[in-house]
Each structure stands twice: as C-alpha cells, then as structure tokens.
Unconditional design. Sequence first.
Length: 415
Amino acid sequence: MGQPVRRFTLGDAEALDIADDLAPLRSLFELPDGVIYLDGNSLGALPRSVKARVADVVERQWGQDLIRSWNTHDWIDLPSRVGNRIAGLIGAPEGTVTVADSTSINLFKALSMALYLRPDRRVIVSEAGNFPTDVYIAQGLADLLGQGHVLRLVEPGQLASAITRDVAVVLLTEVNYRSGARHDMRALTTYAHEMGALTVWDLAHSAGAVPVDLTAARADYAVGCGYKFLNGGPGAPSFIYVAPEHHHGLRQPLNGWLGHDAPFAFETDYRPALGIEAMRVGTPPILSMAALDAALDVFDGVSIARLKAKADMLFDVFVTEVEAQVPGLELVSPRDPVWRGSQVSFRFPEAYAVVQAMISRGVIGDFRGPDIMRFGLAPAYLRYADVWRAASVLAQIMRRSEWDRPEFKARAKVV
C-alpha cells in the first residue's frame, strides 16, 4: 500500500491539478511568485484572511477601543474559542482544548499532571529521536521533581516492550519530525492504559495534516503548535487538550492568574478554574492568537481526510520522479501512507547543502541534522505540478553536483 506504481509526467501532474477539488484553497493563501514552498511543516504559508484580521485587531480593536476590547471584542475568551475550533480538527469534544503559551510549556503542564496522577511510578517512556523539546522538558521535569523519575528512550519498534508496569507516562510525538513516520496512537494508548500508564501526545506534525481522533484513541493529554500545518504564523501559540475524564479536580503546576476560577476577584489564594480553563496561565497574546483564529478559516468545510489523501498523492508524484532521476537517494519516510504524516524525507550526507541549492532555485524545503532533506506536503496550497517541478530541480542539482559550492555549505544560524 502506498507504493508508487508508475512515473508521472508533468502533463499528468497538471491534469491532476485540473481535477483537484481542493485546488480553490490555494487562492486563500499569499504565495510569492516563482517559489515552490515545501516547508509548511515548519512554518505554514500566510492565509490571506490573517492580514485583514490582524489589521482590524491592531487598528480598530486596540487602536480605537483600547482596553475595552477585552469585553467589547471578547478578547478574554479567545483562547477557548480558538481551542474549540482546533478541537474539531483533532477529534476532541468542545471544552477540552484551549490555546495558550508554547508547545514546550504545555508539554510541561501535561507531563506534570500525568505524573501527579501516577505518584507510585517513576518512568517516562519516549521515542529515541523524538523532537528535542519533548525530551528536554521530560528531563528537566524529572530533575526538578527530584523524586527519582527517569526518562526511558527507546526505538519505535521497541515501544510496546518498554511500556511496563513501572511506567507512569508515555510521551510521544505522533508524526516524527525527521522521518514523517507515524505512530499508531490508538494501539499505543490502549496498551499504555492496560499497563496502568497515561499518555501525552505531541501533535505538532499532525494537527491540520492527518486525521486525528483523540476521543477514539482515548488519549489522556495532547499538545501541538499553531504555526505548522495550522498556518497561524511564526511563534503562533500552542494548544493543549485534556481528556474529559481528567477534568475533575484538574490542576496544573503553573498557577497563573488567568487559570484562576475568578481572575478579576484578585484573591490571594489560588483556586483553579473548572475544566480546561485551568490550563491558562497568563495574559493571552491577542495579536498572534487572532492570527491563528483567522488562519483556521482555511479548514472550514474541509475534510482533513481529504487533505491527507491529496498529500499522499503529492508524495507519490514527488517520490516517483526523484527516485527515477536520482536512484541513489535514500527515502526515509514510510511508503505506506497509513504510517506517515504529510512530508517526504530523504537522507544524503550533504543534505544541508542540497537544500540550500534548492532554495537558491526557488524551491524551499528544509534540513534536519545530521543528514535529512525534509519536504512538507501542505495540500491546501501545493499543486501536483509544484511537487513534480520540485523533484526535477532536486534531480538536476544532484546530477550536476550544484550543491558542492562553499556558499551552500556555510551554515546559517537557523537551519
């Protein structure tokens, strides 16, 4: 399943674009001329609706209505409203998701709460090769608690055997940031529960890209960022999900004033708000949250399953052409679409230089160390002809060794 069966021509790709029922979504984005953007898994493209929304918040709501906007424009409940919109994209009930802080901070909250509920256990299980911030947060929290917690990092194929009855929490990113490989959330969560452990899922490369059903999977907690496939803009706030069964007595370790049950009572003692509102900490970043809210308009009436189906076909067009022209590249991403997200990753020793050479030719992908070329497949704005042309550019660069130039090997601060 998922194995490309034939090589596509440019004409084939263009025919697919003509027949694509998702093609109108492209017009909802600002996309620079002459650029093929294959980095939406790192920073989503700008939805046109965001510019007008942010301008209105700045010029009218902030500029004219000033502090009154917390009430007149209901800024105070924006985290909940945006959270409910994201809930619909990840299979979560209304009132179980809120938008606040960064992914790292929300991971800290979720992991802290999960460990609190398993006081007799000291092991956190995660995947070797998980995104660094997930690992760092787990390490830092274990050190902070000083109660002997340990982080057990294992290879993906060894996860089930590593989830033993001493495990408190299983902390996993559903779609691996390097390879795009996707875990079976439902099966792993079920097994973790059988072993008495709780689960925290990082949906950074899942939300808006692949069908997610947190309810069906019975996930305990989940977090994710707003700036990748959700297109919320650089540094867009994160979201956090808490399963309904954990809402009673819900309390997280960062007792900020907006997580209080009555923040404007200004009481001395902390009383957590009921339910998901207890996940809030400080004043929400209204400008970036409004941008994320507007960006989510792109998903109105759009099936995530349909987006994933298009991403899978984009994968086939791209991979078939690359492998036909550059057979020496190693495909890292799973061929079976069930077990991958919306990206293509190839391994090459000089991956960084190749990506820079592609960027110089107007094809923007990205690099992940030590040797991964990573190309995001954002089906809302990518055309089949785009990925076919991107594959041709990659092939030309590889055949001619265009990457072998000093300017392409000089590492920038952000890689």
